[in-house]
Design a protein. Structure first.
Length: 221
């Protein structure tokens, strides 16, 4: 079974958690693109959507969905997004698509966060995927030196400017045995906008698509 088919299975399962009339938070990435297309295909009506990226906003609007600013939407009923890695505790690494800051904001503003992935994204411990960190451009070298001092190996993501006008450092080599602690530590660095660790606020539900079907995992279970 192809990876795309596994992603579609996860996206189809996530549709079951969407109620008509929801104010829905929508993330970014290939699996989310499938989810957005399925929303339209199944003609699910929503009060409004809040998107984590310009690309997702454009896709939603093409399908006729109303995209609103989070400031006017308030608390969201549900947030659907993918991940680059997910551990057994539903802690995540996100940001491969460059939208980590807005993704983290929308996740924080949502009552429930349902994460949709194919089985290749499931790991025993976070850290195989390089950790994305969004950085204010003037602080790039300073932040990189601090990351090296922590044991990390940062690499500038070439040709990437986020929707917020910042750059991304992709970092390997960090010890992520305690991702909540690392997330909190990195958040204190001046110049770091967001770290792609979703550990303090991980997913409430993880839907994993595979050749065998769909596996649903809940936080704390």
């Amino acid at each position: 079974m192809s990876q795309d088919n596994a992603k579609r299975r996860a996206a189809e399962a996530a549709i079951e958690h969407v109620n008509g009339g929801d104010v829905l938070g929508v993330g970014t990435g290939s699996t989310v693109n499938i989810f957005i297309d399925l929303l339209a295909e199944k003609r699910i009506r929503l009060e409004a959507t809040v998107s984590s990226s310009d690309a997702s906003s454009e896709r939603l609007e093409r399908h006729g969905y109303k995209v609103v600013d989070l400031n006017s939407a308030g608390t969201l009923d549900l947030y659907i997004d993918g991940a680059d890695e997910a551990d057994p505790h539903l802690r995540l690494i996100k940001g491969g698509g460059g939208a980590l800051t807005r993704e983290k904001i929308v996740a924080e503003a949502s009552r429930r966060f349902v994460c949709i992935v194919d089985e290749s994204k499931c790991v025993k411990r976070l850290g195989e995927f390089p950790l994305p960190i969004e950085v204010i451009p003037m602080a790039r070298s300073m932040v990189a030196r601090k990351l090296v001092a922590m044991g990390g190996q940062p690499k500038l993501r070439e040709g990437c400017t986020t929707d917020n006008g910042n750059v991304i450092l992709d970092v390997t080599g960090l010890e992520l045995t305690d991702p909540i602690k690392v997330e909190a530590e990195l958040n204190q660095f001046p110049g770091i906008v967001t770290v792609g660790l979703f550990a303090r606020r991980g997913a409430d539900l993880l839907i994993v698509g595979s050749a065998d079907g769909v596996d649903t995992r809940r936080a704390g279970s």
